[in-house]
Ligand binder design. Structure first.
Ligand code: NDP
Length: 244
């Protein structure tokens, strides 16, 4: 199955490192004109040095007004990947309001903010666009110390369904992917302890964590015309964790 994004402009958030960087590179390889938005400039600089035709924009997507202004200035897009997120894990009894607000701001509010700006332009230009929200297996199952992170991802699944419902009539498809552990910076921070990792691995039928490429493959498929009737799904990329 050949997937091409030739002639398409695609915005990827959180593309400085990890899964978002992988998605941006695979989209570029498939012919897309990629705009990579992320927080740390040095990560974006290294992406741009490796792939000079990927445009990079340093931005904290947790800042609602600034994000709206910057994204609005980037023009129209054919597709959007809402990938930027943080995972600041706290035991339930120690969850704090500042961490709650920051995680909701980045993991959830920014998706609504950026998607509004991008989708309005798709509608204006009659673009039958596609949006993928990067959620998590943690949206659907309880994991220790994941109270706030899981809540943001469960809410993201819900936002995905409502976006699919309301944007579908304009020909815009909205889907989510729900990966298991991927050993990025975020994955290493949370899952490097062998005791924790082995406890998680024992619950994954395929008995391994995922790879960045396994997430980017699914995202590119969902963004592509090959998924033209797929709208409003939450696709686990979890080796069977959620089915078990
Ligand atoms: P990383 O922490 O490795 O990368 C996250 C990227 O998002 C970084 O480039 C980071 O910027 C950027 N980012 C974070 N906060 C902001 C912000 N406020 N503004 C702009 N950019 C920001 O995480 P992953 O690649 O692992 O995660 C990507 C997505 O996948 C997330 O949505 C995550 O929740 C999800 N996910 C990850 C799993 C895992 O095990 N890794 C499992 C399931 C889902 P900077 O370069 O500054 O770090």
């Amino acid at each position: 199955m050949k997937i091409s994004f030739e002639g398409k402009r695609v915005l990827v958030t959180g593309a400085g490192q990890g899964i978002g960087r992988g998605i941006a590179i695979e989209l570029w390889k498939a012919g897309a004109k990629v705009v990579a938005v992320s927080r740390t400039k040095s990560h974006l600089d290294s992406l741009h040095a490796q792939y000079p035709s990927i445009d990079v924009v340093a931005l904290d997507v947790g800042d609602w007004d600034k994000t709206r202004q910057v994204i609005d200035g980037l023009g129209h897009f054919d597709a959007l990947v809402n990938n930027a997120a943080i995972a600041n894990c706290q035991p339930f009894l120690e969850c704090t309001p500042d961490v709650f607000d920051r995680m909701v701001g980045i993991n959830l509010k920014s998706v609504i903010n950026i998607s509004q700006v991008v989708a309005k332009k798709m509608i204006e230009k009659k673009i039958a666009g596609a949006i993928v929200n990067v959620s998590s297996q943690a949206s659907k199952k309880a994991l220790p110390n994941h109270t706030i992170y899981s809540a943001t991802k469960a809410a993201l699944d819900s936002v995905t369904r409502t976006m699919a419902l309301e944007l579908g009539p304009y020909g815009i498809r909205v889907n989510a992917v729900n990966p298991t552990v991927i050993m990025t910076e975020m994955g290493r921070t949370e899952w490097s302890d062998p005791a924790k990792a082995n406890a998680m691995l024992s619950r994954i039928p395929l008995k391994r964590f995922g790879e960045v490429s396994e997430v980017s493959d699914a995202v590119l498929y969902l963004l592509s015309d090959k998924a033209s009737m797929i709208n409003g799904v939450e696709l686990p990329i979890d080796g069977g964790f959620l089915a078990a």
